[in-house]
Design a protein around this ligand. Structure first.
Ligand code: DON
Length: 561
């Protein structure tokens, strides 16, 4: 019997190992028993870690990192966008902050339709009219209620980076060069991101106007952004760029502290953002997959991928029909998470073939709903966890820089439904639930999440990636909990994504061909894509050590206290 058990243990370890060997490309993994910060750029993670060293907690680190990313990661880091934060504290508090952008008060349902009633997505995706009222700065001040250090101190690293400049990475230099024409098209005044000669790796990007804006925020608090000089400059830019954000819209912006969405999954508690974020999608994915269960299956195997894709198909059809800003629509969260409903949704699941998307949702029912985002995961040495995703939506948002204030405004209005049945920039469809209304928050896919085990953080996770956000957070969580993957594999193994429509499964180029072939035989269509997600993940092991991983798909980096 002992021999048999030994053999069994050997075989399962060997299988587990075999399942992961192909993916073991380590980029940035740090193991620590002190605080850790994982974000999209090394200097930003370092700004957060510095606050931990100086006696700050996870909230301090998060705020410093977020402001530093607004300088060092201009394509996504922001003060001109919005986001969500999930946090759990050592005192047992669970916090959900919603500082999503809002439609300006002059917005209306048909604002992107031309005289023939056709949606003009150029307007929702770039230029002044694409911007919602930014929420990020208000979000940081709300978060500061849980921090220990003065706000002035938390903003200082960002000011220094903007004023003195920082060295561009090769990827960032490329990215700025690729957008030069677009930047010139949308900005009549000179901006820091355009220069005569092409940018190259190591060039120093100095942002004097942004430094001045950050100093106003440092000096005047939230009002330094939403009122006074910065507000004046935003409104002036709106006039030049045909936008509609008013002084009043800025002054009236408010963060919503919401009740976190908490679900049980495989002996863990998953704490995530409720609507209008993507947390509800994540919760549905986990609960629906749990009906059949992934235990015994292997990561990226045909069985596991099929089950997860079918769950994604059904949940994204629900997203399109039911999800939007709960302050404006009937919140269907309870129904969408009820066991009876989820069971009914999976009733037509057939493991022998792909379920046609038309069998799980109807485009006719949609009354359209609905790249660039960034995630930060922080865990301090005491066990306070903060998970924050913020965005300006597309790369460099609306491409419009607020002249004199030095930052990009978002193009978040594209996350609303411009017209029923018209896919947005992420190919997502949506319903009446996500139609444009004045002051409404547009539906988001962002899903900052913390997984607790016995009331202490086990996983802190999140990612950018538009509609792929909840599916990547879903995969990272089940990779660890169900497939026994370590944090590096959960982040860096090849990813897949399905979203009901289009009827295809997107996979990264190194996704296992054996799985693709097996599922093609069952009627699935695959589409290879360059990269899916940029997950920042912290996993706590049985000994309480933190395994922090910054996604190998970008310049992402972990800094340790
Ligand atoms: O809130 C959302 O769902 C989108 N605005 C997120 C955009 C995004 O992740 C782009 N990043 N790569």
């Amino acid at each position: 019997m002992r021999k048999f058990l030994f053999l069994l243990a050997f075989i399962s370890t060997a299988t587990l190992f075999a399942q992961f060997t192909d993916y073991n490309t380590v980029k940035e993994v740090k193991v620590s028993n002190k605080g850790v910060v994982a974000s999209a750029f090394p200097l930003a993670s370092e700004a957060g870690a510095q606050m931990l060293r100086e006696g700050g907690n996870a909230f301090d680190a998060m705020i410093a990192t977020q402001f530093a990313l607004a300088v060092t990661h201009p394509q996504a880091g922001n003060i001109g966008g919005g986001g969500f934060t999930i946090a759990t504290t050592t005192t047992g508090k669970k916090i959900a902050l919603d500082y999503r952008e809002k439609a300006p008060s002059k917005a209306h349902r048909d604002m992107y339709l031309d005289e023939n009633g056709d949606a003009n997505l150029d307007l929702s995706q770039a230029g002044g009219l694409a911007s919602g009222v930014p929420g990020s700065v208000a979000g940081m001040f709300k978060m500061h209620e849980y921090a220990k250090l003065p706000m002035e101190k938390l903003i200082q690293p960002a000011i220094d980076l903007a004023e003195q400049g920082y060295a561009l990475s090769a990827a960032d230099a490329n990215s700025l060069n690729n957008r030069k024409e677009t930047f010139l098209k949308y900005n009549k005044n000179p901006i820091a991101f355009v220069k005569e000669e092409p940018w190259k790796e190591g060039d120093i990007l100095v942002q004097k106007e942004l430094a001045a804006t950050l100093k106003r925020i440092q000096k005047e608090g939230q009002k330094g952004f939403y009122e006074g000089e910065t507000a004046k400059l935003i409104v002036k830019q709106m006039k030049e760029s045909h936008g509609i954000i008013s002084k009043k819209d800025l002054k009236n912006y408010q963060v919503r502290e919401r009740e976190p969405l908490v679900i049980d999954y495989q002996g863990h508690q998953v704490v995530t953002m409720p609507l209008p974020s993507g947390g509800l999608v994540l919760a549905q994915l986990l609960k629906m997959v749990d009906l059949k269960g992934l235990k015994g299956m292997q990561l990226n195997s045909p069985e596991a991928v099929q089950l997860m894709v079918e769950v994604e198909r059904r949940v994204f059809a629900d997203r399109a029909e039911y999800m939007g800003d709960p302050d404006f629509i009937e919140d269907q969260t309870e129904k969408l998470l009820s066991p009876a409903y989820l069971k009914d949704r999976m009733a037509n699941y057939d493991p022998s073939k792909a379920t046609p998307s038309s069998e799980v949702g109807k485009v006719e029912n949609l009354g359209k709903e609905s790249m660039q985002t960034t995630h930060i995961s922080v865990l301090d040495k005491d066990g306070n966890a903060v998970s924050t995703t913020t965005t300006i939506n597309g790369g460099y948002g609306s491409k419009v820089v607020v002249s004199g204030a030095g930052f990009f405004l978002n193009n978040e209005m594209d996350d609303f439904s411009a017209k029923p049945g018209v896919p947005n920039m992420f190919g997502a469809l949506g319903g009446k639930a996500n139609a444009i209304e004045p002051n409404k928050r547009m539906l988001s896919a962002m899903s900052p999440t913390i997984v607790l085990k016995d009331n202490t953080p086990k996983i802190v996770v999140g990612t950018p990636g538009g509609t792929t956000i909840p599916t990547q957070v879903f995969q990272s969580i089940v990779d660890v909990i169900d497939f026994g993957a370590n944090a590096n594999i959960a982040v860096n193994a090849p990813k897949f994504h399905h979203q009901w429509l289009p009827e295809e499964v997107r996979v990264e180029r190194d996704f296992p061909e054996t799985t693709i072939k097996a599922l093609e035989k069952k009627g699935y269509t695959f589409k290879k894509t360059y990269k899916i997600g940029r997950v920042e993940m912290i996993v706590v092991d049985e000994n309480g050590n933190y395994h922090a991983v910054a996604d190998g798909r970008g310049d992402d980096s972990v800094a340790v206290e």
